[in-house]
Design a protein around this ligand. Structure first.
Ligand code: UDP
Length: 439
């Protein structure tokens, strides 16, 4: 049962992507997982959640139940198919109107709080929270001004319209959720967010699905050789995620040690996304150019249980992103006991902790040296794998949701009293996870 000051019903807004979609391709990624997992956890605590998302197919029902207590409500805004994320700013009015109509069918005080995800949803949440006279809690997930500082070659800068929209959402939100201290600092320094409105809530990992397991069994299930080295990339395939680094590393390792070719498997699990959609075969072409197509496997996005098998089967998971607000893949891999080699950017140092290896920059030689060193050092991999499991255990979605509820309660109290409270400062029982809100 919810405690007295908990919200009874929360309206979550996720305009551009539905929690029902398979993550790992197109616009579906960590945000879908975040929305679905926190909604489930809220429902388990007795808080009803309606998730509003855009209808993208005539087959999609108007409403679907994710789990008891969590409804996904599909709002018609523009043509179902063929709209890119970049087209959606033109549909925000239609989407907002759809939400207002949905709101008409329920009592005026139906929702106690709006939680919007990504700036497009923040624009809609701003209006919805205002009309329903409730607090708006917003999570950015990614920010244009941060992305534009870390652009990968081939990625177009985020448009100014997005930046302006984000600034408006920062001003309109009662509370902003940052994944890490770094993200909190970016909100304050790059978006002028009042520090007292920013709360740090680390995302989570499904610790019942992502568990250590039998590597041999995982490799058998996936048709991988029982011996030999397996390097893995998981995620949406676009320049920002830098899957090319994995291929270039493999090419470099094979130059350094041609005998490795008989033992090496490089797997890329995920589908094209963002600017990668216009060049869906770029990675295959790169593999051919590097002369490594015989060792590379491209795998379409898989469900969570199968993904756990991929993590277990791998010797190392590479997360070479140019920009990453957190990096769920890194924590999931670690929860399965597989060491991670990650770029030292954004939230990845928090996600990886001391249990993996962080690489500065994206130079192939640096990455190849880090990977090579670990591949040749089985005891170190074992040691890191054990540390990885312990580190990931700090990131359950239950802890994330408890922390979110603290922020929700605070936002509701502030609305009711009309006075701002100091930042959420309850210490998280997650030693080592930075949670302090920047003063
Ligand atoms: N994912 C998945 N199946 C796949 C590939 C990825 O379920 O085949 C999920 C992955 O488990 C992770 C999410 O997609 O939870 C990606 O989140 P991350 O934070 O790493 O990146 P984002 O997509 O948010 O940029």
């Amino acid at each position: 049962m919810p405690v007295a000051q908990d919200p009874r019903r929360v309206a979550m807004i996720s305009v551009h992507t539905s929690p029902l979609e398979q993550p790992g391709t197109g616009d579906a990624g960590g945000m879908n997982v975040y929305v679905a997992e926190t909604a489930r956890e809220l429902a388990a605590r007795g808080v009803e959640v309606d998730i509003f998302t855009r209808r993208t197919s005539s087959e999609t029902p108007v409403e679907a139940e994710l789990v008891p207590g969590v409804r996904v409500r599909h709002v018609t805004a523009g043509p179902y198919e063929g709209l890119a994320k970049e087209d959606l700013p033109g549909q925000l009015c239609a989407f907002s109107a759809g939400i207002m109509q949905a709101g008409l069918s329920v009592p005026e005080d139906h929702y106690d709080l709006v939680h919007s995800h990504y700036w497009l949803s923040g624009q809609v949440g701003w209006l919805a929270a205002d009309r329903w006279r409730v607090a708006l809690v917003h999570t950015m997930h990614t920010m244009a001004r941060v992305k534009n500082r870390h652009l990968a070659t081939g990625d177009a800068p985020e448009p100014r319209g997005r930046e302006i929209g984000e600034v408006q959402v920062v001003e309109a939100a009662d509370r902003l959720i940052a994944n890490t201290d770094d993200e909190a600092r970016e909100l304050i320094e790059l978006y002028d967010a009042p520090p007292s409105t920013v709360s740090v809530v680390p995302p989570g990992v499904d610790l019942s699905t992502f568990t250590p397991g039998d590597r041999g069994a995982a490799r058998r299930e996936l048709g991988l050789p029982p011996d030999g080295e397996v390097l893995l990339f998981v995620g949406r395939i676009q320049p920002l995620k830098a899957p090319d680094v994995l291929l270039r590393v493999a090419g470099e390792l094979l130059v350094r040690d041609p005998a490795l070719r008989a033992r090496l498997t490089v797997a890329v699990v995920g589908g094209p996304s963002g600017s990668g959609l216009s060049r869906p075969h770029e990675l295959e072409e790169l593999a051919r150019t590097l002369g490594i197509e015989d060792v590379v496997r491209f795998v379409r996005p898989v469900d969570r249980a199968r993904l756990a098998q991929w993590y277990r089967a791998a010797d190392l998971v590479l997360v070479p992103s140019h920009s990453e607000s957190f990096g769920l893949v890194a924590v999931e891999a670690q929860a399965c006991g597989t060491p991670v080699v990650a770029a030292r950017v954004g939230g990845l140092p928090t996600a990886v902790g001391d249990a993996g290896v962080l690489v500065d920059g994206h130079a192939t030689a640096d990455w190849a040296t880090a990977v090579d060193g670990l591949l040749r050092d089985a005891p170190r991999r074992l040691e890191l794998g054990a540390a990885a499991v312990a580190h990931a255990a700090r990131f359950g979605w239950g802890a994330t949701t408890d922390r979110l509820l603290t922020v929700y309660r605070q936002a509701m109290r502030e609305r009711a009293s009309g006075t701002a409270e100091p930042s959420v400062d309850e210490p998280l029982a997650l030693a080592g996870v930075p949670t302090a809100v920047i003063p």
